[in-house]
Design a protein around this ligand. Structure first.
Ligand code: SF4
Ligand code: SF4
Length: 475
């Protein structure tokens, strides 16, 4: 179950994804409708468009700084509460799409990974297709404390999650569609199984499987999945696609893909958990850009002003002090509200807890010391770049040492390599990411705007996708 939130305004950053910011395509005073594109990528850039999830008038466009330090232009829209939407937001019917058309729709719908760093989904699909993956993995694990937004997406819209996954699996040419879920999530597992039964006749070329994982944090990060499913320890810069012939997507991202493919709905809203040890569990369906303060207002049980409000999960998220001007972005799965507990800070007592809990088998205290002394090369040799920024070491440390921040920022270059591999892939002949332009996004983004221009994709076998469309979801 989730609550629907209709905020008084939204603040839409032009950069909520990996890549360069989109450019505002509206100006102060303009009227916008639900689903309208308000930010378009500059031609030739690695980016995604931005759409409005409310109707109303643009009040201002200015640079804002997000809690993660990113400086980005942002479009603020005041909600007229009329919920006027674009005529183009309506179910498609009986369409047969080529793989490149389906990926083009996902690209123009502004979809990026909703579970983490916001990698543009179309780019990742194209890389998977180029690498000829056979396994399409759907991450339904959501192991972060207090986060249940993905699980709610599966419970409420299982057919959207499974259909989106199946359509994308077919678009990349995979033969198996595998859902990864915790063994304790019986309700969601049942929902997925029932949905697979309903739709599998429409995807006869795909094998479906559900893989059960142990309930623990962290789970679902691609390097952990590579180890768990394929027994491979991926080195820095190695991709799941190349090394395991598999690609991994978040289940909420798959829901968004089916909304785009089935109903022509761009990425303009998402489910966000608002919970923590100072708040009962809430899940809210909100337009992207909703100020965090409006979520907190709707979570009636949050009363204590001394609680910490964290943008993201309580282990790796960032504490915010200005919830009124901090928006929910495409990658925000949870706002954590946790009690302020002052941990006594002491030097390391060498208890070894940080090493015991590290999912990448690192010695965080050793690496932390090396980095403190400027011994970067030694830290790298100790495996520091393998850190996945899960936050576990800082969480368990009885000495209150914030190990994660310095280790994870040192390891951050690894994630830049991951993004760069997508850019390299684009350079190897994938022109479609460069084909953004004012004419190909937003309201003008009709199916016929996507001819099969992608040579590499269209020459593949199984290029044609006939998508079944069900109409059971309110826009
Ligand atoms: S944050 Fe700490 S526990 Fe997590 S992977 Fe990095 S070093 Fe290991
Ligand atoms: S958990 Fe903290 S105190 Fe224990 S070894 Fe690691 S850094 Fe030292």
């Amino acid at each position: 179950m989730f609550e629907r939130i209709y905020p008084s305004k939204i603040i839409l950053p032009m950069k909520m994804h990996s890549g360069v910011p989109a450019v505002p395509s509206v100006k102060a005073g303009d009227y916008v409708r639900i689903g309208q594109c308000v930010g378009i990528p500059e031609k030739g850039t690695f980016s995604v468009p931005v759409h409005s999830g409310i109707s109303g008038r643009v009040s201002e466009i200015k640079d804002i700084r997000l809690p993660n330090g990113i400086l980005t232009p942002a479009v603020t829209i005041i909600n007229d509460m009329k919920r006027t939407r674009l005529d183009s937001l309506r179910p498609r019917s009986g369409l047969k799409l080529s793989a490149s058309e389906a990926i083009g729709i996902i690209r123009d719908a502004g979809i990026c990974g909703m579970g983490g760093e916001g990698i543009p989904t179309a780019a990742k699909l194209k890389r998977a297709r180029t690498e000829v993956v056979s396994d399409f993995l759907v991450n339904c694990l959501q192991s972060e404390p207090y986060s249940t937004s993905d699980l709610v997406a599966i419970t409420e819209y299982p057919d959207y999650v499974v259909s989106g996954s199946s359509a994308c699996a077919r678009a990349v040419g995979a033969s198996r569609c595998i859902f990864l879920i915790s063994e304790n999530r019986k309700q969601q597992r049942q929902a997925l199984e029932n949905s697979i039964k309903r739709i599998k006749d429409d995807f006869k070329d795909l094998e479906f499987e559900i893989k059960l994982f142990r309930e623990r944090f962290p789970q679902g990060y691609y390097r952990l999945v590579a180890r768990a499913l394929y027994g491979k320890n991926l080195a820095l810069g190695e991709t799941l696609e190349k090394s395991c012939k598999a690609v991994l997507f978040n289940c909420s991202t798959m829901l968004a893909c089916w909304e785009a493919l089935s109903d022509n709905i761009p990425m303009m809203s998402r489910i966000v958990s608002v919970s923590g040890d100072a708040s009962g569990g809430h899940n809210m369906l909100v337009p992207i850009g909703t100020p965090v303060s409006e979520l907190l207002t709707n979570a009636q049980d949050i009363k204590n002003g001394s609680d910490r409000i964290v943008w993201g999960n309580c282990l790796t998220g960032i504490e915010i002090t200005d919830p009124e001007n901090t928006p929910v972005v495409k990658t925000t799965s949870v706002i954590s509200v946790v009690r302020r507990a002052e941990v006594p800070r002491t030097p390391c007592i060498h208890c070894g807890l940080c090493s015991e809990c590290c999912p990448m088998n690192l010695s965080p205290n050793t690496i932390f010391e090396m980095l403190n002394q400027g011994l970067k090369q030694k830290a790298a040799e100790e495996g520091a770049r393998d850190c996945i920024a899960c936050g576990s070491c800082s969480y368990v440390c009885p000495a209150g040492i914030n190990l994660t921040t310095s280790i994870a920022s040192f390891a951050g270059e690894g994630r830049i390599i991951e993004i760069n591999s997508l850019l390299d892939n684009r350079g190897a002949g994938d022109k479609s990411i460069e084909s953004y332009g004012a004419a190909s996004v937003g309201e003008a983004s009709l199916l016929e705007d996507y001819p099969d221009g992608d040579e590499k994709v269209s020459k593949r076998a199984a290029d044609s996708i006939t998508l079944p469309f069900e109409k059971d979801k309110e826009v």
